[in-house]
Ligand binder design. Structure first.
Ligand code: ADP
Length: 752
């Protein structure tokens, strides 16, 4: 086949040859004159012209064929290109008819409607628009028809009903003069891309959800951690529980109600925190006391969830703890198998119904609260017990706790002090074997069932390493055994005895002089006439002596009472102790029995003392008279004075009966007499030394006795010098006197 270029070249050559032949034929016709020659020439020219014409026609046909062929090929290529593209090409008339000029066959694949159907139905496209997209798309299409290029995504409803996402690119194609030729639209199936986008959105949403969930989990962990910190930081539970409930309402619940048991195991409300500012409609809110539904959870120990987990009938409101709630969790508080309370969470306004996760969180929180609460209770118990133990340490009464088997479980320090029995000697043993005398006494001890005041006590003797002690004891029975409380009444008992003795002694002491006075007076009355001057004088002086003795006894009793009542005013004046001592000895010598020799030991310089002169005389007289009185067999009584640091020390030494070591303290007690029954025939009230000691104590001095049984005894007392008293303040004096006494005790200051 000829190519177009070759054809053109040949056509040129043919034209040149034709022109040359035509020229030659014309020249021959002019030159030849012979008819045949001219006929031949004309015939040859015509034949040549015919041949040329045939040639030219055939060539022209060949050329047309080639052109058509080329166009057909180009069209086929173009079509193949269009149809091979992943989009639908759609060409429409720009006029009002919108007639489809061309639509790619792929339209059938995209919409289920064939290309011919599209061509036949000009409004098919609009009909297939998805109703949701129509309002958005139609104005855009109109804009495109007006010549504006558009790109828009929308859905087309395919024949089989599915919606296909397409992207439309429409532009108006213009000719070389700028006149609109046709509307060119490309429809691309973007379903896949849309689906991918949807999937991406889904993935993003899932990521967002996961992030939110992890944030929520984190929030919950934070809540647990913060609640835990609050609970651990305090043993004051009410405050901690209130703080926890406030933490919870910030995002887990609109209300958080906390109920716990009190000391008496009664449920009580400690906190009701809420997130809302106002009460929800119609609801009255939790009351001050736990409601029955909370008690039920507390008693059953089972969590209650409203609406129940898995219940999908949403929107139902539940009535709980006085709240109209969307959702409620009520969790019991348990620790060491003990019900301790309940936690109630309620959502009244915000958030969805509680899920299994929420219940787990609530239970976790409840476990922590219960643990902390239990710990605080234990702590309190331990504190209470240690308080009780401390009280028992310091209480003055002896406390003895026996378990149900009679074994001693507690023996407090006072019990030891009273009985001189160490705790480790009794605790863990039965009372009968550990406490001497218990076996005989226990049956008489009253044991009551409650520690009511005013219960009976009995006085029983207990044998101790230091002699018999009298204790007043009573017991109270409780579920674990019996607790006994006892007091040492030995001293009180002794005092009672002593008082009884005193009454006996004093009445004897009073009766003897009274009888003498009475007898003498009677004698004087009856025998006055028969008595001479001497006889009368003897009776009168007897009456005077005995009356004086009576007066002294009465005075002693009165003075002792005044001392007891604190009604004694003491002077403080400086005086010469030696002078006083000499005068007392002088006066005593007048009536001392001849068997007793009174001496004075007063060598060296003795400073003045500052004290109540009369009272010091009274003390000295008392000691000297006692020395004489308790020297029934006579002997020397030495009365002395000397300086001892800041003190002036007096002493009265005798060779009489002496004072046993165990009585050296006691003889200064009120009414105490070493020999109350006067086996040695020496009478007295037991008040003299008591009065001496009280007076000396009040003058900041000290009195004591030292004795050696068979060599009599020496009574000492000492008083501050006037100088010291004048220059030193009281506190200093005390310090010094204490130091001085300490020295005396250690023996360095004694004149013996
Ligand atoms: P009374 O009136 O019995 O003498 P006191 O209080 O003066 O009372 O003395 C108390 C007890 O101290 C006396 O009963 C006596 O047993 C004992 N007592 C006092 N002075 C002496 C002494 N110098 N020698 C021995 N015993 C004494």
């Amino acid at each position: 086949m000829l190519s177009l270029e070759k054809y053109r070249a040949r056509f040129g050559i043919v034209a040149v040859v034709a022109l040359a032949l035509a020229g030659a034929a014309a020249a021959l016709l002019v030159l030849l004159d012979a008819r045949w020659a001219r006929i031949v020439t004309a015939a040859v020219s015509w034949a040549a012209a015919v041949g040329l014409t045939v040639f030219l026609v055939r060539r022209a046909r060949a050329r047309e064929h080639i052109r058509r062929d080329a166009i057909t090929k180009a069209e086929a290529r173009h079509r193949a290109l269009l149809e091979g593209m992943p989009l639908v090409t759609w060409l429409r008339d720009t006029g009002d008819s919108k007639e489809t000029l061309y639509v790619g066959p792929a339209i059938a694949e995209l919409t289920g409607y064939s290309a011919s159907e599209w061509r036949e139905q000009p409004d098919l496209h609009e009909k297939l628009l998805h109703s949701d997209d129509r309002d958005r798309v139609v104005p855009e299409l109109e804009r495109a028809a007006g010549g504006a290029p558009i790109t828009i995504d929308y859905r087309l409803l395919a024949r089989d009903g599915r919606a296909t996402w397409v992207r439309e690119d429409t532009a108006t194609v213009l000719d070389h003069k700028g006149e609109p030729l046709y509307l060119q639209t490309f429809l691309r199936d973007i379903g896949e891309w849309k689906r991918a986008e949807d999937r991406r959105e889904e993935v993003q949403a899932a990521e967002r959800d996961a992030a939110a969930e992890s944030a929520e989990r984190q929030g919950r962990l934070d809540l647990l951690r913060r609640a835990g910190n609050d609970l651990v930081a305090s043993v004051e539970m009410d405050g901690a529980l209130t703080r926890v409930s406030e933490l919870v309402v910030s995002d887990f619940a609109d209300w958080c109600v906390v109920d716990v048991v009190d000391e008496g195991n009664q449920l009580r409300r400690v906190a009701a925190a809420r997130a809302e500012l106002t009460h929800p409609n119609g609801a009255h809110g939790p009351s001050d006391d736990p409601e029955n539904e909370v008690r039920a959870v507390f008693e059953s120990g089972r969590t209650r969830v409203l609406p129940p987990l898995g219940d999908t009938s949403s929107g139902q409101r539940a009535e709980f703890v006085g709240l109209e709630a969307r959702s409620v969790i009520c969790v019991p508080l348990w620790a060491r198998k003990q019900a301790l309370g309940a936690l109630t969470f309620a959502r009244t306004q915000r958030g969805p119904a509680y899920s299994a996760d929420d219940v787990a969180l609530a239970e976790d929180l409840a476990a922590r609260v219960a643990l902390a609460f239990d710990r605080a209770r234990l702590y309190r118990e331990v504190e209470d017990r240690s308080d009780a133990a401390r009280v028992l340490e310091y209480v003055a009464d002896g406390v003895l706790l026996l378990d149900r088997n009679g074994v001693v479980r507690l023996w407090n320090p006072a019990a030891k002090a009273i009985t001189y029995i160490d705790a480790d000697q009794v605790v863990g043993k039965t009372a009968t074997e550990a406490i001497p005398g218990w076996k005989d006494a226990v049956d008489t001890v009253p044991v009551s069932a409650s520690p009511s005041p005013g219960h009976d006590e009995v006085l029983i003797p207990i044998e101790t390493s230091r002699g018999e002690r009298w204790i007043a004891i009573s017991g109270v029975r409780f579920f674990g055994g019996t607790v006994y409380a006892f007091r040492d009444l030995t001293d009180a008992r002794q005092l009672e005895e002593i008082k009884a003795d005193f009454i006996a002694t004093a009445s004897h002491e009073l009766r003897t002089p009274l009888a003498a006075v009475y007898g003498a007076a009677q004698t004087l009355l009856r025998h006055d006439f028969a008595l001479d001057e001497t006889g009368r004088e003897r009776f009168v002086s007897l009456i005077a002596d005995e009356s004086e003795r009576l007066g002294r006894i009465v005075n002693e009793i009165l003075l002792a009472n005044q001392l007891d009542a604190g009604r004694i005013d003491l002077e403080r004046e400086p005086f010469d102790g030696r002078d006083l001592l000499e005068r007392v000895v002088e006066a005593t010598r007048m009536h001392a029995p001849p068997s007793v020799k009174l001496t004075i030991n007063a060598n060296g310089d003795v400073p003045h003392v500052a004290a109540d002169l009369d009272k010091v005389r009274q003390v000295l007289v008392n000691l000297v008279e006692n020395a004489i009185k308790y020297s029934p067999d006579g002997g020397t009584v030495e009365v002395g004075i000397g300086a001892r640091d800041d003190f002036v020390q007096f002493h009265v030494r005798d060779e009489g009966l002496g004072v046993a070591p165990e009585e050296q303290e006691r003889i200064f007690e009120k009414f105490y007499r070493a020999d109350p029954h006067m086996t040695r025939g020496v009478g007295g009230t037991g008040l003299g030394l008591y009065i001496c000691k009280e007076l000396i104590d009040r003058m900041d001095g000290r009195i004591w006795v030292e004795s050696n049984d068979d060599k009599g005894s020496t009574f000492f007392f000492e008083l501050l010098t006037a100088d010291v008293l004048a220059h030193q303040d009281t506190a200093h004096r005390r310090l010094q006197s204490d130091a001085h006494r300490a020295r005396l005790k250690s023996g360095t200051g004694s004149n013996n």
